[in-house]
Design a binder for this molecule. Structure first.
Ligand code: NAD
Length: 295
C-alpha cells in the first residue's frame, strides 16, 4: 500500500519505519524539513506538503502534537483534504481532544473520506518495537480494513467506539499515567527524607500491589536522574488540559487531574517542558526542599 505519513517526531519516525519494514512504500512529510531529510530515501519518498502526501497515498497517517496541528495538517490550506482521493482513509494517531477528532471526522466524511482516530500508548520504546497499545475510534468496517496496518505498529489494536472514542480512551490513559508518576514522586521523596534509598524502595515494592508498568518504566529513570524524553512534559500538560476541557463539557470533576496539571504547568514555566514526564517528581522534590529550608 502507498502510505502517507505526516509528523516525523519521536513517535512518528519509528512508526513509519515499521510500516516500511513490512514492504509498504511511504511518502513522508513534516513541517520541519530536517525531519524529512532524516527519513527520505530507502523506500521513503519526500512529500512537499500535507496535500501532496495525500495526493500520492491510499492511506494517510498523521502523528502530530495536538489538535491545532491536526486541524492545520488535515483541514488547513495545503492540508490533506486539499489533495485527498475519494477512496483514501485518514488515520490520525496523535493524542488530541476527542471533540477535535469528531470535527476532523465530520470534515473527512463530507469529502467521502473514511476517518479513524487512533492514539497510542507505550512511548518511544514501544513505537520502535512496534508494540504500542492502539485505541481506535470510528466505523467498524473502516477499523477492520485498517487493523492489518495498525498491527505493524501495535501489539494491541482496540476499537473503543465511534470517532473520538479513541481519544477519550487515551485521555483516560493519560490521567492514570500522570497521577501514577506524581504518586511515585511523593512516595520516593518521603522515603528519601526518612533516609531510605529510592532504588531499595523500588525493588521492594515492584512485585507488590504498587507495582505497575509506569513504575517499572519511570522509577529507573528517576533513580538514574535521566530525564531525556521519552514523553515530553509539555505534551502531557496538553493531554491533561484536553482531559479537563472534556470533563468540563460533560460536567465531570477530575480533582487529581487538576492538581497534576498544575504541577505540569509549573514545570513548563520553569523551563522543564522538554524533559521526560518522569521529571514530574522534581516538582515534589523541589517543593520539599523549599519547605525544609523554610522550617
Ligand atoms: P514530537 O513533538 O516529537 O513530534 C511531532 C512532529 O510533528 C514534529 O516533528 C513536528 O515538526 C511535526 N509537526 C508539527 N506540526 C506539523 C504540521 N502542521 N504539519 C506537519 N508536521 C508537523 O511529538 P511525539 O512525541 O512524536 O508525539 C506525537 C503525538 O503522539 C502527540 O500527540 C503525543 O501526545 C503522542 N504520544 C507521544 C508519546 C511519546 O512517548 N512521545 C507516547 C504516546 C503518544
Amino acid at each position: 500500500m502507498k502510505i502517507g505519513f505526516i509528523g516525523l517526531g519521536i513517535m512518528g519516525k519509528p512508526m513509519a519505519r515499521n510500516l516500511l519494514k513490512d514492504g509498504h512504500s511511504l511518502v513522508v512529510y513534516d513541517v520541519v524539513p530536517a525531519m524529512v531529510d532524516a527519513m527520505a530515501g530507502a523506500g521513503m519518498e519526500r512529500g512537499e506538503s500535507c496535500a501532496d502526501v495525500a495526493r500520492r497515498s491510499q492511506l494517510v497517517i498523521t502523528m502530530l502534537p495536538d489538535g491545532p496541528e491536526v486541524e492545520q495538517a488535515i483541514l488547513g490550506p495545503g492540508g490533506v483534504l486539499e489533495g485527498v482521493q475519494a477512496d483514501c482513509t485518514v488515520v490520525d494517531m496523535s493524542s488530541i481532544s476527542p471533540m477535535v477528532s469528531q470535527k476532523v471526522g465530520r470534515a473527512c466524511a463530507a469529502k467521502g473520506v473514511a476517518f479513524l482516530d487512533a492514539p497510542v500508548s507505550g512511548g518511544e520504546p514501544k513505537a520502535i518495537d512496534g508494540t504500542l497499545a492502539i485505541m481506535v475510534g470510528g466505523e467498524k468496517d473502516v477499523f477492520e480494513k485498517m487493523v492489518p496496518i495498525l498491527r505493524l505498529m501495535g501489539s494491541t489494536v482496540t476499537l473503543t467506539g465511534g470517532v473520538g472514542a479513541g481519544n477519550v480512551t487515551k485521555l483516560a490513559n493519560q490521567i492514570m499515567v500522570a497521577c501514577n508518576i506524581a504518586a511515585m514522586g511523593e512516595a520516593l521523596e518521603l522515603a528519601r527524607s526518612c533516609g531510605v534509598d529510592s532504588e531499595v524502595v523500588f525493588n521492594a515494592v515492584k512485585a507488590g500491589l504498587a507495582g505497575s508498568t509506569v513504575l517499572n518504566a519511570k522509577a529507573p529513570m528517576v533513580i538514574a536522574r535521566n530525564f531525556k524524553p521519552g514523553f515530553r512534559i509539555r505534551l502531557h500538560k496538553k493531554d491533561l488540559r484536553n482531559a479537563l476541557l472534556t470533563a468540563e463539557s460533560k460536567g465531570v470533576v477530575l480533582p487529581l487531574t487538576s492538581v497534576v496539571q498544575q504541577m505540569l504547568t509549573a514545570l513548563v514555566n520553569h523551563g522543564k517542558g522538554d524533559l521526560d514526564h518522569s521529571a514530574i517528581v522534581t516538582y515534589i522534590e523541589d517543593m520539599s526542599s523549599i519547605w525544609s529550608a523554610a522550617t
